[in-house]
Design a protein around this ligand. Structure first.
Ligand SMILES: Cc1cc2nc3c(=O)[nH]c(=O)nc-3n(C[C@H](O)[C@H](O)[C@H](O)COP(=O)(O)OP(=O)(O)OC[C@H]3O[C@@H](n4cnc5c(N)ncnc54)[C@H](O)[C@@H]3O)c2cc1C
Length: 321
């Protein structure tokens, strides 16, 4: 029987990440008690949102200073698990989430399941769903050994739903002292300058692929995104070519997005790309090849040259502004 689930909650200035709220909402639907672990400046400020999304308690590890988060957070989780562990721990598939999950797996000597896109209760067992072959198939998995089950969950696998739960009770936890593991120090932080919505939360995503031809033409994608109040994105081919940073990449090894509208220009629709955007509510694709796989999932497809369609679309949107 699943009685307690822990969620590793990532926050900034007391605001939980959207993915953390998705994890809490999923956990709340699966277990009668959900507890969150958070760290960093202002972590306790996440208690209200955490409570509304299902957490009864929020364990606050405090400001970790220049320490890398993962060794400390994993050590704190392991120490807490020794006093009566949960049935499952949910991590977001982020840099920190993956790092913490891997370390906790070693500390507890438990396997972990990664790339989770769904979690359901079958009888009293937690069964996770995983997208494989670039999202072409879903397989189910569950742990048969002793718990806790460690699950690394992809963004947008669950809906974040806020209820009327009271703020989570904040409990201060001191991470146990670490040895050489704590030797790595964060020496600088860089926040990417961005105007417009983030790719994760944008209602409109305008995405460009290799079919655009060159980095300069990718500028048209950014222009249209700006006009539509959306976020620009890209296929891996474009990221690999160095036209845009990795943060723009949508797909299996990039971001998972679920906007109202996803516009794809010069993107073929490889399964590794589709897995990151096929949950979009409306998909519009422009590609000169009528056999391009992207058309199989597009709600609206334009067989045409992006170099003609994109400038005219920009013109049309501008004239309506
Ligand atoms: C392990 C692994 C992980 C991967 N992860 C990702 C991932 O996260 N995200 C991702 O995107 N890919 C990923 N890939 C790569 C993926 O397989 C594809 O190679 C990639 O998505 C192709 O990008 P593309 O559609 O821009 O380019 P292409 O496949 O080259 O497609 C370009 C398209 O543009 C069209 N085109 C060309 N000129 C024009 C024009 N003038 N007007 C209109 N259309 C035109 C062509 O018809 C073609 O369909 C991964 C691959 C592997 C093996």
């Amino acid at each position: 029987v699943v009685e307690l689930i822990w969620v590793v909650l990532e926050q900034r200035d007391g605001a939980p990440s959207p993915l953390s709220l998705e994890l809490l909402s999923a956990a709340r639907a699966l277990a009668p008690r959900v507890e969150a672990f958070a760290w960093g400046d202002g972590a306790a400020g996440a208690a209200t949102a955490a409570g509304a999304h299902g957490a009864a308690a929020l364990f606050d590890l405090g400001d970790l200073g220049r320490s890398l988060a993962a060794p400390r957070v994993a050590a704190a989780l392991a120490a807490c698990a020794a006093n009566g562990g949960p049935d499952a721990v949910l991590f977001g598939a982020t840099y920190d989430g993956r790092d913490i999950a891997a370390r906790l797996s070693v500390l507890l000597d438990r396997p972990l399941l990664a790339n989770v896109v769904g979690l359901v209760l079958e009888g009293s067992a937690l069964v996770s769903e995983h997208a494989i072959f670039g999202g072409a198939e879903i397989v189910s998995a569950s742990f048969t050994g002793p718990g806790p089950g460690l699950f690394v969950v992809r963004a947008k696998s669950f809906e974040a739903t806020s209820g009327d739960g009271a703020p989570a009770e904040v409990v201060a936890v001191s991470p146990p002292p670490l040895g050489p593991e704590d030797g790595a120090q964060v020496v600088a932080r860089h926040v990417d300058e961005r105007t417009g919505p983030s790719l994760d939360g944008a209602r409109v995503v305008v995405s460009g692929g290799r079919g655009l031809g060159d980095a300069e033409r990718y500028g048209l994608v950014e222009e249209l995104a700006r006009l539509l109040g959306g976020a620009p994105a890209a296929s891996r081919a474009v990221v690999d070519a160095g036209w845009v940073p990795y943060a723009y990449q949508v797909g299996q090894t990039g971001k998972t997005v679920k906007p109202e509208v996803y516009l794809a220009f010069g993107i073929s629709g490889a399964t590794q790309h589709l897995v990151g955007m096929k949950g979009a509510h409306h998909i519009v694709a422009v590609n000169k090849d009528p056999a391009a796989p992207i058309f199989q999932i597009a709600d609206l497809g334009v067989v045409g040259d992006v170099h003609q369609v994109l400038p005219r679309l920009i013109e049309a949107v501008r004239s309506q502004a």
